[in-house]
Write a protein that binds this ligand. Structure first.
Ligand SMILES: [Mn+2]
Length: 266
């Protein structure tokens, strides 16, 4: 049995199927961990979500920012953006079942010293603390009133743990760090504007995983979200968004032997 962690699919279903072929994925034996953002950007969000729903027993996907945005749009909480490409789901006859399947996906999965999360964890969070914060958001998403979370989810504040003054602020910081974070300011505040490469990070900012002695560092984190970072492996993290939706590659990481498999977009 092998576990394959897969980078952001973003509706690139054809590439995902090719990747399963080259790793010789066997649903009777193997497992998939997807880093989140199943939808939006690529051409086949619908087929991608249907596949994961149909393979619920063998494939795990954490929620990414685009998955949460789709849920908010589908439930009428937020307007669709002009560049969103998930109309195929919104117009599908099984739209209700697909959104009902997507809503209870986790923000965070912890297993045998590893953490699966879309973007990352704040340096102040131990894995136990992050799990508790994720659980609070997951509970709201699966409740009968997910709107109470989805309506307050958008926005860039609070920027750090010390700024949290309300329950809504705590939810937003949890979602923003776990699904949108790339770099931090020198003082630890979240910065949402920097989206470029690791090499070009200005000296007054740092990648979230380069913070000094993060409380989560007793775990290895598997994440995606930052396509300009590309395949990035350190002792602490394996980042797998290799930009398939932008014409890059879709990547898989076999946990047992740390082998990397890639397919080109298109
Ligand atoms: Mn993302």
């Amino acid at each position: 049995m092998s576990i394959y962690a897969i980078g952001d699919i973003h509706g690139c279903f054809e590439e995902f199927q090719r990747l399963l072929e080259i790793v010789d994925f066997d649903a009777a034996e193997d497992r998939i961990w997807h880093v989140g953002d199943l939808v939006n950007g690529g051409p086949q969000s619908l087929e991608t979500v249907r596949w994961f729903k149909d393979h619920d027993q063998v494939a795990t996907s954490v929620l990414g920012n685009h998955d949460l945005h789709l849920i908010a749009v589908a439930l009428g909480v937020h307007k669709k953006r002009s560049k969103d490409t998930f109309d195929d789901i919104l117009l599908a006859p099984d739209r209700g079942e697909l959104i009902d399947w997507l809503r209870p996906r986790p923000l965070l999965v912890v297993d045998k010293g590893r953490v699966l999360v879309h973007a990352g964890l704040l340096p102040q969070w131990s894995v136990a603390e992050a799990s508790e914060l994720a659980r609070q958001v997951e509970e709201l998403l699966t409740s009968s009133k997910p709107e109470q979370l989805l309506e307050v989810m958008y926005g860039n504040n609070p920027k750090c743990c010390d700024d949290v003054q309300t329950l809504e602020g705590r939810w937003r910081l949890t979602i923003n760090a776990m699904t949108r974070m790339r770099v931090l300011e020198a003082n630890g505040d979240l910065n949402f504007s920097y989206k470029s490469t690791y090499e070009d990070i200005p000296p007054d900012k740092m990648a979230w995983f380069d913070a000094d002695q993060p409380a989560w560092a007793d775990h290895q984190i598997i994440c995606g979200h930052w396509s300009a970072l590309g395949l990035h492996r350190t002792e602490r993290i394996t980042a797998l968004d290799t930009g398939c939706r932008w014409g890059g590659k879709l990547s898989a990481y076999r946990l047992d032997d740390e082998a990397i498999f890639e397919v080109d977009a298109g």
